[in-house]
Each structure stands twice: as structure tokens, then as C-alpha cells.
Ligand binder design. Structure first.
Ligand code: NCD
Length: 303
């Protein structure tokens, strides 16, 4: 594979190789020097057209830990402010001999569009409500690390599914691995059509003790044009992982959240205090998983 644009079209063998290699890179991150020469001489461009903390820093660290040269494209400071189109920008960047471009965009399909016009490998770091492939990979890696397998699991994803690229990428990924995905949330944010993609739509309270993983999503206020929920208070009451609901979730059940968390809305702070809440492990593992993605696209693909 040259690009990682989405999980839906990705080859399952490639995804498994990335997860296996991530284990090796995680060990490297435990070493005092943390650095490998793997991507020496390669140049990676970060094109983040939408805010990001974890994903951008995680990709930057991954590239730097593998000794790549990194450059940043900041839309606010670029000639796009002077009216240059995305296509024109891409064609110009293409002349600078880049090896990879890591793209985050509010518009679905931007990474696919860029991949058509550039020689470099393109990695999707989140495109609108479409997909966020490396997030799903790091989620899967975190689950495998704790539960020892990827198949025959039940993964319950709760919340704003409609606007979530994380939910879509996870749905495609877990189906490829032979696990079951369940969606739960307000009907306005979990449309019935989603069952056609292969997810089972369920009532949260019926499944709190029947799944291996509960993945909680953020209410994405920035992607909501209309009012999808009556009030934040009601959302918390019906779909939040509150202290009350926490009592009905078995200790062994993993709780994940891609971040950033709206504390007190989709999740109470108390969730952070339990052993099998994986939120910070997800962030830590993200660097190793992104190192593995860069390695397989930029080194292995060339061999
Ligand atoms: C997610 C994203 O940006 O898609 N966050 C992330 O990458 N860690 C989820 C979100 O914004 O809610």
C-alpha cells in the first residue's frame, strides 16, 4: 500500500502488519534514546487544516523518532489566504520532493483528492465525519494489548456516531478482524441507516455489562448545524458514562475515548480513576502505531 486513506479500502494484511510492528516501536519508545534512523533522508509534510492536539503531536513525534525531516503547512499563514486553491497548493508542494503528506481536513475526501495529485504517500489524519484510520488502529492496538486478541470481541461505541470519523473507521476495522460493533446514542445521532454498514444499534443500559469494550465519543458541537440533542443535561442522563452507570460496568470492560473529552457530558471524571480506562494508554500507543504506519508506507512499500 502506498497511502493510508481509509480503513474501509485498506488491506487487512497491511493493518495486521502495522499492529505487529507497533509492538516493536513501543519497546523502542521505552528506551532512553527513543530514536531510530529508519526514515533518515525522508521528508514529511503536515497539512492540518483543522485543529488537533493529540493526532498532530503524535504524528510529529512518530516522524521525529524515526529521524525524518518534518515541515508544517499552516493554512492560516499560507497563500491559501491569498486565494490559492487546494489543487494549486498541492501541485506546488509536489515539486518539493516530499515523501509523505499527513492530512487533516474538515472536508471528507480531501486526502483522497490530494493522493490523486501528488507523488508522495498520503496519510489521512481525519477527514470531516468520514474516517480517521490511525485512530482506529491505535484503538485496536490498545485493545489487543489488554485483551490479547482482535477477533470475537463486542465493541460498543456510544454517542455522536453521526459526526464521528472515529466510529466509522472503528466499525470497518473491527468487522475486518471478525469482531462485532454495536452503536448506541440519541436516534438523531445514530441513524438507522448505520445498521446497513454492519453495526447493531442497541440501548446503552441493556449492554453495559455485555461487551468487552465501551468506546465513548465526544459530542462534536462544531459539526452540528441543527440541534441534535434536547440538552446537555439530558444527554448525560441518557447516554453519559456517569458514576451511576459505572457501577454496572464490569471491572474487566475496557473504556476508551479518542479525546478530547467533554468531562461531565459524555463521561464523568470518575471514569478516569478505574484501572481499565485506557484513554492515556491510547495516546501513548498512538505514537508507536503511527511510527509503524510510516514505516510500512515509506520503507517496506519500497523494498
Ligand atoms: C478525534 C478526531 O479529531 O476525530 N480526536 C482525535 O483525533 N484524537 C475525535 C474528536 O474530535 O472527538
Amino acid at each position: 500500500m502506498k497511502h493510508l486513506l481509509d480503513i474501509e479500502s485498506a488491506d487487512v494484511g497491511f493493518l495486521l502488519k502495522v499492529l505487529n510492528t507497533s509492538e516493536i516501536f513501543l519497546k523502542v519508545l521505552d528506551q532512553p534514546s527513543k530514536k531510530l534512523p529508519t526514515l533518515k533522508g525522508k521528508t514529511i509534510l503536515f497539512m492540518f487544516l483543522e485543529p488537533s492536539t493529540r493526532t498532530q503531536i503524535s504524528f510529529e513525534l512518530a516522524a521525529k523518532r524515526l529521524s525524518a525531516d518534518t515541515v508544517n503547512f499552516s493554512p492560516g499563514k499560507s497563500s491559501m489566504q491569498k486565494g490559492e486553491t487546494l489543487l494549486d497548493t498541492i501541485l506546488n508542494l509536489n515539486s518539493m520532493e516530499l515523501d509523505a503528506v499527513i492530512v487533516r481536513s474538515p472536508s471528507p475526501g480531501t486526502p483522497h483528492f490530494i493522493a490523486k495529485h501528488i507523488n508522495a504517500s498520503v496519510i489521512n489524519a481525519g477527514d470531516g465525519a468520514h474516517e480517521h484510520p490511525t485512530q482506529a488502529l491505535l484503538d485496536a492496538f490498545t485493545v489487543k494489548q489488554k485483551l490479547g486478541k482482535l477477533e470475537n470481541l463486542k465493541i460498543l461505541i456510544v454517542g455522536d456516531i453521526l459526526h464521528s470519523r472515529v466510529a466509522r473507521s472503528n466499525l470497518f476495522l473491527w468487522k475486518k478482524f471478525g469482531s462485532e460493533v454495536l452503536f448506541s446514542g440519541p436516534p438523531t445521532l445514530v441513524p438507522e441507516e448505520f445498521s446497513r454498514l454492519g453495526a447493531k444499534i442497541v440501548e446503552l443500559d441493556d449492554y453495559l455489562d455485555k461487551v468487552d469494550v465501551i468506546m465513548v465519543l465526544r459530542i462534536q458541537k462544531e459539526r452540528m448545524e441543527a440541534s441534535y440533542i434536547p440538552s446537555i443535561r439530558e444527554y448525560r442522563e441518557f447516554w453519559g458514562i456517569t458514576s451511576e452507570r459505572l457501577k454496572r460496568i464490569p471491572e474487566r470492560t475496557l473504556i476508551l475515548h479518542p479525546g478530547p473529552v467533554n468531562w461531565g457530558v459524555e463521561m464523568d471524571w470518575e471514569v478516569m480513576r478505574r484501572e481499565n480506562t485506557m484513554i492515556l494508554d491510547q495516546v501513548r500507543n498512538g505514537v508507536a502505531v503511527r511510527m509503524a504506519v510510516l514505516y510500512h508506507l515509506l520503507v517496506k512499500a519500497e523494498e
